[in-house]
Design a protein around this ligand. Structure first.
Ligand code: NAG
Ligand code: NAG
Ligand code: NAG
Length: 629
């Protein structure tokens, strides 16, 4: 017991020490805030109840009915000055809340520990488990923000109370085009260890609760690896964005089966929302791709990844991807499948279904837990996303038309936000500029086609080929690899730290793995005491797969005149001569620096014939995948 209780404190103490070292602290309200925080927020059991805000009778009695409001992108939230102030103060307060409370930042972070604990990996429950988790986090943060708003002196208070009411958790869109001159990594997160905040007691300089790496000394003191470098992380993310956006666009347009879409276990299709999520973790953690040093320290760091505030922004984005995908695929959902890994409450081999409990997230005070069916409609938690809101006045009485309109709105958003690296966007742009209007029902012979020099090389009629590297990495116990990188054109740089920033780097697939050592160092959370049998630390010892899209890089080659077309007869030979693969080992070393085989790594180059969309309200239609290498 002593070990269980003490062990989780260690990193927290290091974390506090790190903050102290940085000389920036929490906001000073001029009184002891603890006494003013609602009792039930600190209570262990009720603290983990994620309320259904639309369960009217009960919620109304508790004064809990809330409007369904849009969760903002973090850069958007920053434009709302009053709410931004409240958000920063709320986060800061959460990070300084007594860690014994399951709703402290500490308690919430441990509940979401990525490699063991409750979190479900390589499982159909991966996306749905994180939904009540984010809703709980939003609920706790919202409570703190409402409390903080009440601290303002009369006269200003009303304004802040009104702002607090509209708070919804922000997400960080790691796939969209950032504003001109900015990195994918927002300045508010990576820019500064401190932030000047005009709170209820005036202007103060406090520790920036969003600064990803103010906790990095945690890494060096506890795990013996150096602090990460935000400018390096930003470069990594920017350089990988074409790959990330293409993967997301493909997930929306060509992954129609929830089972395949949901998780990274090797299956019918190579990519998944989980695998894309893993890549973001790797890039943000400075681990794997491009930064092969100190793998043990980074594994350990990833294990504590929920301590990094960017974790919740990232997972809110994952929830948004799920919500948009659900809108596009309203009939596909969790179907029974077997668990491949253990968690606290799930045994390997157990059948998982849409009614499997998503522990530890309670749906009421009596100990009922949420399940995937229960969280299928996210609006019951009082939030939605802008891409899913269409003109609510249109077709108010026609549910079916409303659903269709919502799907068209979502497709439009997907094309606009994530299509820019796909030939589909060029096709849409050119038919738009040429004033060609044709719908899906226009007979093919009546459709005029884009005629620009590049377009005539990329398209045959309204079809083009998508090219993808499907990567499979076997069990970590078997494989010698932790990441696979692809380059097109000249030779990769000799130093792997220069890989991701190299102009000929196409993308990478990394494994978000846990080592046996990391699993041993993990200490169960206070939340674990709430219930649920411990089935042993979960692990990531299953074959995982992901993709590295090649199309955008090939289109560039076509534009430069180095490649004649996207057709297989041109591309196959080109890739054979120009595509380079490099593999990082488990220790971060370069394995098989040539094109030789690496144990446990399987790569297939595949192509699909794709029908381009004729309007922004359609997505491309992917044909069957053909293996080319
Ligand atoms: C951080 O990374 C950048 C490259 O993105 C590099 O130029 C800089 O020297 C690094 N800083 C440190 C302190 O390592
Ligand atoms: C979805 O994929 C799973 C796993 O490959 C498969 O068992 C299931 O039949 C598929 N569902 C549909 C509707 O095709
Ligand atoms: C919890 O249990 C009590 C006693 O059985 C019952 O009266 C109450 O309605 C239950 N509450 C919920 C939210 O189910």
């Amino acid at each position: 017991m002593a070990r269980i209780r003490l062990a989780p404190l260690l990193p927290f103490l290091c974390l506090m020490q790190a903050l102290a070292l940085a000389q920036y602290t929490a906001y000073d309200y001029g009184f002891d805030v603890k006494t003013r925080i609602k009792r039930n927020q600190l209570d262990r059991r009720t603290g983990l109840v994620v309320r259904d805000k639309t369960a009217t009778a009960a919620a109304a009695a508790a004064g809990d009915v809330v409007e369904v409001l849009v969760r903002p992108e973090i850069r958007q939230l920053e434009q709302d000055t009053d709410l931004w102030t409240l958000y920063i103060l709320g986060l800061s307060m959460m990070q300084f809340t007594d860690q014994a409370s399951p709703t402290s930042y500490y308690g919430l972070a441990v509940a979401g520990n990525e490699n063991t604990g409750y979190c479900t990996h390589s499982s159909v429950l991966f996306p749905t488990w994180h939904r009540p988790y984010m809703a709980l986090y939003e609920q706790v943060l919202h409570g703190l923000i409402e409390t903080i708003a009440s601290f303002w002196p009369e006269g200003e208070r009303e304004r802040y109370v009104a702002a607090a009411r509209r708070f919804r958790l922000p997400y960080w869109d790691w796939a969209a085009t950032p504003p001109a001159g900015e990195s994918v990594l927002p300045r508010s997160i990576g820019g500064s260890p401190f932030i000047d905040i005009n709170g209820p007691s005036g202007q103060q300089r406090i520790a920036n609760p969003l600064f990803s790496y103010s906790f990095k000394p945690l890494d060096s003191t506890a795990f013996g690896s150096g602090p990460s470098n935000n400018s390096f992380v930003a470069t990594n993310l920017d350089q990988n964005r074409p790959s990330i956006a293409q993967r997301l666009y493909a997930l929306f347009s060509s992954y129609d089966n929830y089972t395949t879409f949901s998780n990274n276990a090797f299956g019918a299709q190579a990519d998944s929302i989980e695998s894309l999520h893993d890549t973001i973790h790797s890039l943000v953690g400075g681990f794997g791709p491009g930064q092969p040093s100190s793998p043990a320290g980074h594994m350990a760091f990833i294990q504590w990844s929920a301590f990094d505030p960017i974790f919740f922004l990232h997972h809110c984005m994952v929830d948004r991807v799920l919500a948009i995908w659900q809108t596009l695929h309203p009939d596909s959902w969790v179907t029974p499948s077997r668990a491949l890994t253990n968690s606290y409450t799930i045994r390997r081999g157990q059948t998982l279904s849409s009614t499997t409990s998503l522990a530890p997230f309670f749906s009421n005070e009596n100990g009922s837990l949420w399940d995937s069916d229960g969280v299928r409609d996210h609006t019951k938690f009082g939030y939605t996303y802008a891409e899913l809101v269409h003109n609510p006045k249109a077709n108010q009485n026609d549910n079916q038309n409303n659903k269709m309109a919502q799907i068209r709105t979502a497709k439009q958003a997907v094309n606009r936000m994530y299509g820019s690296f796909s030939p589909a966007s060029l096709f849409l742009k050119e038919i738009h500029e040429a004033g060609i209007k044709a719908g899906p029902n226009t007979p093919a012979r009546n459709r005029k086609l884009p005629r620009s020099a590049t377009a005539t090389k990329l398209f045959v009629g309204d079809h083009y080929h998508e090219w993808t590297a499907n990567v499979r990495i076997a069990k970590q116990a078997v494989a010698d690899a932790s990441a696979v990188h692809f380059f097109l054109g000249g030779a990769p740089p000799h130093d792997p730290r220069e890989w991701t920033a190299a102009p000929n780097h196409v993308g990478s697939m990394g494994v978000f793995a846990s080592t046996a050592a990391a699993a041993r160092s993990y200490a169960p959370s206070p939340a674990q005491e709430l219930g649920g049998k411990h089935h042993g630390a979960g692990n990531h010892d299953v074959a995982v797969s992901g993709t590295v899209p090649l199309t955008a890089a090939l289109v560039k080659m076509v534009a430069k005149g180095e490649l004649a077309s996207l057709e297989p007869e041109d591309v196959e030979g080109f890739l054979r001569g120009r595509l380079r693969m490099r593999v990082l080992g488990k220790g971060g070393e370069v394995v098989a620096p040539g094109e030789g085989c690496v144990k446990g790594v399987g790569v297939e180059i595949v192509s699909s014939l794709v029908a381009a969309p004729w309007s922004e309200e359609e997505l491309p239609k992917w044909g069957e995948e053909r293996i080319r290498h």
